[in-house]
Design a protein around this ligand. Structure first.
Ligand SMILES: C[S@@+](CC[C@H](N)C(=O)[O-])C[C@H]1O[C@@H](n2cnc3c(N)ncnc32)[C@H](O)[C@@H]1O
Ligand SMILES: [Zn+2]
Length: 310
């Protein structure tokens, strides 16, 4: 049976450093009480966390070896609320909670302390660290510590952690991605989305969906570079922020010939949209009488977005 990684936490209390204050439990989310302290926390994001807990729970039950320890890593944990929910609600045996800000240490430790860090009879349940997410993930990979679920709840369109997250993920594991780059989704951030996700987006009437496809396309590209492919589990657009979230499963091997990675084109004349593959480049046109096509590129996964459950 594999054991939980990290016998020693990457960051521990220094002598003389203040011990965590007992949580004030000013908040409760789906029955789990915690103290957000000074961390970035939005109650509006609870449905995004609900979906993560639900997907993780189903994944834990459906793994090839459900008796193996179920390991989660929350790379940008803020107050630690979702790390806490992975422990309390998704049945995680071990959670690694990380946030670059070490000022949040007492808040995160206070919240996770509802669970004994090392129960007398068993394996370590949680670790808190304060590293840059990419560094943390790369270190886990170098130590061959692979996780069942990795959650990266980032701001903006920074995507540099995606590859490191795949490297630290078990094959078959789930990666939960976030983007708040609404400018790119609406077609006003071309160069930004090109460098982050390899997608050049022009304005179309369905930017919320495009933002999700942009995120999925970026993940598909990173996985392919490592010799894997992804299956989207769900994608979720939240109006506040706005926030684009996608849960993807890492799968063995490069994708077969039936790839959904391609382009979406929107005709400015008739309003129809179509998808095109790379092998159809140069033949892009609309069937409408006018034949005026505004070709709006986006790497996309058209049918797979229809999946609503793992
Ligand atoms: C959106 S908040 C996290 C909210 C939290 N996941 C929740 O559900 O309430 C993003 C967090 O990422 C942290 N952060 C920003 N850049 C980071 C980085 N490069 N590595 C690790 N943490 C980072 C910030 O300190 C912030 O607490
Ligand atoms: Zn047309």
């Amino acid at each position: 049976m594999a054991s939980a990684p990290a016998a020693a936490p990457a960051v521990t209390f220094q002598p003389g450093r203040r011990a965590p204050l007992p949580p004030r439990c000013t908040h409760s989310e789906r029955g789990v009480s915690f103290d957000p302290g000074s961390a970035f926390y939005r109650s509006d994001s609870a449905p995004g966390r609900d979906l993560a807990v639900l997907a993780a729970t189903l994944h834990r039950r459906r793994r090839p070896d459900p008796s193996a320890p179920f390991l989660c890593l929350d790379a940008m944990c803020g107050s630690g609320v979702r790390a806490l929910r992975y422990l309390a609600q998704a049945g995680a045996d071990f959670v690694w909670a990380n946030d670059a800000s070490d000022a949040l240490h007492p808040v995160i430790v206070g919240n996770l302390s509802r669970f004994e860090p090392v129960p007398p009879e068993g394996q370590r349940r949680w670790v808190v660290s304060h590293l840059d997410a990419t560094r943390l993930l790369a270190e886990r990979y170098l130590r061959r510590e692979y996780f069942d679920v990795i959650d990266v709840d980032s701001f903006g369109s920074e995507a540099e952690y995606i590859r490191a997250a795949f490297l630290a993920l078990k094959i078959g594991g789930l990666l939960y991605l976030t983007s708040t780059d609404w400018r790119s989704a609406r077609g006003y951030g071309g160069k930004c989305s090109l460098s982050s996700y390899g997608a050049y987006v022009l304005p179309v009437p369905y930017p919320n969906e495009i933002g999700l496809r942009m995120l999925l396309g970026g993940a598909a590209r990173e996985a392919a570079m490592l010799g894997f492919h992804i299956k989207p589990v769900f994608s979720y657009y939240a109006y506040h922020g706005p926030i684009f979230r996608a849960m993807v499963q890492l799968c063995h091997g490069k994708e077969d010939g039936i790839s959904n990675y391609g382009f979406i084109c929107h005709c400015k004349s008739c309003g129809q949209s179509q998808t095109f593959g790379f092998d159809e480049l140069g033949q892009i046109s609309c069937g409408c009488a006018n034949r005026t096509v505004g070709c709006h590129f986006n790497h996309s996964c058209r049918p797979t977005l229809d999946r609503s459950s793992p």
